[in-house]
Design a protein around this ligand. Sequence first.
Ligand code: NAD
Length: 293
Amino acid sequence: MKILDGKSLSELIKKEIQSEVASIVASGKKAPHLAAILVGTDGASETYVGSKVKTCGEIGFGSTLIRYDSSVTESELLEKIHEINSNPEIDGLIVQSPLPRHISFEKVTETIHPSKDVDGFHPVNSGRLMQGKPSFVAATPKGIITLLDRYGIETSGKKCVVIGRSNIVGMPMSILMARNSKPGNATVTICHSKTSDLKSYCLEADIIIAALGKPGFLKGDHVKEGAVVVDVGITRVADATKKSGFRLQGDIDFDEVAPKCSWITPVPGGVGPMTIVGLLQNTLMASKKEILF
Ligand code: NAD
């Protein structure tokens, strides 16, 4: 069993982006700039946004963090998004989820201009992805594809099971694995909460990508010998031995599954750091106007 080490690969790719940013700036152009909106004080959201903003600074991107109290109105938030859409200094915009109940995630997503939608959640971007056209691809599936690519994992002709069908992970992941590309060209089965006999699909799979948010769900007897297993789950579970009082747990029972795999991602240090890389790559593409809308 070998580890798909997202942490060290992300460090390498961040260095590559950093050197590209240095040449952009040396040529007299402005550095890529990411804006992030955070509503409320959810601990996990604070951590995710904080780490995205910090990474921007490390690699030479500009960043702006806009905070709102959870009482902010939907129209105030949409107004801010319109303002950012027309600000030429800002290349990419993300709005951290979850949002308070009185704010529609859908409206927020659809208000961000597709050319600044570096999370890839706008229907224009997800629609283009489905049609194989240039688009911003959601950061987590994009990061996983980069991980498989850089480790030279063969996907063509393989059987792939994606567990989870969300718009931000499972669905785009399944399209990326099935599309006529490298990595891609896999035969994909999407499993979800209504799948009966999920185990039988998993046992057939050469590659399993688990994104369901149920800690330790996938056991050793779900996986065939030699499978490649990617764990997207990051659930905070109580752990009195940690200073924070919790630890991150993936959807895979690592101790049971790892001995059967050819390759596996750890949690933490697998998909999480690659997700940030996906976001940075999208922001760089946005600043270079690589995709025309
Ligand atoms: P979601 O709740 O939107 O979707 C979960 C999906 O899992 C649903 O489509 C559902 O049908 C499926 N599901 C639920 N229970 C199931 C079961 N028993 N069997 C089969 N399928 C089942 O979640 P999401 O936003 O797609 O995220 C999934 C997980 O990935 C979460 O743990 C989330 O925290 C994590 N995540 C991690 C990163 C990262 O950077 N590592 C990024 C995004 C999400």
